[in-house]
Design a protein around this ligand. Structure first.
Ligand SMILES: NC(=O)c1ccc[n+]([C@@H]2O[C@H](COP(=O)([O-])OP(=O)(O)OC[C@H]3O[C@@H](n4cnc5c(N)ncnc54)[C@H](O)[C@@H]3O)[C@@H](O)[C@H]2O)c1
Length: 441
């Protein structure tokens, strides 16, 4: 499976990055609940001794901040032979390629034609679709950074292209792999809550001016695709709908409350009715300084409640900061299990200290994607699953634009060009800052 050309290139350049400080050098502590948790980590040994001929040749599209997490994963995983990177800014690709000793490309199709079989897409959100479709049509399997895209039309086009090309399409949503998140999913599946009847997301974080100025695309409708809903909250939105199931209808609103120097929303809220009759609410914001937390809680018909704090304190910004606080269950009121909370918190804290959490979960999920290709099965998070979060935030934008409850499922609006209301005059009015004040900033 490894072409002669690639073998030669690798033997000329070597295959290890110069950076010897790898997550793999730390030995993670084991969690007590074997089996359900970290199935992927256990499965890793299955592919540990892959013949180089059996490894997948891998590449990265978009060589910015999060690209380095992907590069580390693709360098370390036994299923991967990391061979190439691609960036429209070829100089950027070259500098990155040099660091990891792989080949640089400016064009996705050229990279895939060079032998790459699986790619990760790490470009800004409105630019997820183009490279994904090109890579799929050229024959490569694709895993895309979150969210799948910034519009439903892009999601449809990506999923269609992957299906037509018969390649796998997956999306990164690494917080699903957190032990406290998996515990809740399992408790729901084991009917320990009765039926889930209430779900809440509270993601109250902070992003400052330096963050928004770190790339020209940030804070702009066309460059970022949206604000807190599109960039920071997708993890918690994904987890909420993973726990409670398909949405029936939603009413939402959004605003820019304290970031006059950006176009996009820094805050959003929504009320949801799920198809199973459960109710939910969402409150997400980048406006709390210092950042507080990201939390998802579920309450059941039995009266039991469970919750996870996925993020605590200053939030992780790839390339700018690390994860500072362990994900923990902050609520566990299942009769007979209340006493587990403290020991789980200790266990999760010890586990967190035994790994590099910034890299560990990305690596697990990219590994699942590569194993899905090798085993010809669905990845843990297929494109269709990623589309659900895009549908959720699209509904919040449309709900505010039309001032109405939005029924699900949603379809792309082919007759409109206002990006679900993000580009209308109303979006400027959603800033509490007047245009004059904004200009003064
Ligand atoms: N899962 C997570 O926790 C997590 C964390 C951070 C970022 N992300 C996601 O990763 C993605 C990238 O974020 P980032 O912070 O690394 O951004 P970044 O600006 O640092 O990097 C983006 C890179 O894409 C390149 N690029 C732009 N258009 C391209 C194209 N058409 N083809 C190839 N390359 C192109 C840019 O030159 C740049 O190198 C976003 O989707 C973001 O939401 C996810």
């Amino acid at each position: 499976m490894v072409s002669a050309q690639t073998s030669k290139r690798r033997s000329e350049s070597g295959s290890r990055p110069p950076d010897g400080d790898t997550a793999a050098t730390k030995q993670p502590r084991r969690h007590s609940e074997a089996g359900f948790l970290f199935q992927n980590a256990q499965a890793a040994s299955k592919h540990q001794d892959l013949d180089p001929m059996e490894k997948l040749k891998t590449g990265i599209i978009g060589t910015g901040k999060v690209g380095h997490l992907h590069a580390t994963a693709l360098t370390e995983l036994p299923e991967s032979e990391f061979t190439a990177v691609c960036n429209v800014n070829f100089k950027g690709a070259q500098a990155f390629a040099e660091q990891y000793r792989v080949k640089a490309y400016a064009d996705v199709e050229d990279m895939v034609a060079g032998g790459v079989q699986a790619v990760t897409v790490c470009t800004p959100h409105p630019l997820h679709a183009g490279p994904t479709i090109k890579a799929a049509r050229a024959g490569a399997h694709v895993i895309v950074e979150k969210p799948l895209a910034s519009s439903l039309a892009d999601c449809d086009a990506m999923i269609r292209a992957a299906k037509e090309a018969r390649v796998k399409l997956a999306m990164i949503s690494q917080r699903r792999l957190y032990a406290p998140v998996q515990r809740i999913k399992k408790a729901i599946e084991d009917h320990k809550l009765g039926q889930p009847i209430l779900g809440t997301v509270n993601m109250l974080g902070w992003r400052d001016q330096a963050y928004y100025q770190s790339n020209a695309w940030r804070g702009t409708w066309l460059g970022e695709g949206g604000g807190v809903l599109v960039n920071q909250a997708p993890h918690q939105l994904d987890i909420l709908q993973w726990f409670l199931g398909p949405i029936d209808q939603l009413f939402g609103c959004w605003a820019n409350l304290n970031h006059p120097y950006i176009e996009v929303e820094d805050t959003a809220a929504a009320i949801i009715r799920f198809k199973n009759g459960a109710l939910g609410n969402i409150l997400v914001s980048n406006s709390l300084n210092p950042a507080l937390y990201g939390k998802v809680a579920v309450h059941g018909s039995s009266g039991a409640s469970v919750g996870v704090q996925t993020d605590g304190g200053a939030m992780f910004i790839a390339g700018m900061s690390n994860i500072t606080e362990p994900p923990i269950n902050d609520l566990w009121k299942i009769p007979g299990e209340e006493g587990l909370l403290e020991s789980w918190q200790q266990e999760d804290t010890a586990f967190f200290q035994s790994i590099d959490p910034t890299r560990y979960y990305h690596q697990l999920q990219i590994q699942d994607f590569l194993q899905a290709i090798l085993e010809d099965r669905d990845p843990m998070m297929p494109g269709e699953e990623g589309q659900k979060t895009v549908e959720l935030f699209t509904a919040i934008y449309r709900s505010q634009r039309d001032n109405r409850v939005v029924p699900f499922p949603l379809v792309p609006e082919t007759d409109r060009t206002d990006l679900d209301g993000r580009l209308t005059a109303a979006s400027a009015e959603s800033s509490v800052w007047s245009p004059a004040e904004r200009r003064r900033m």
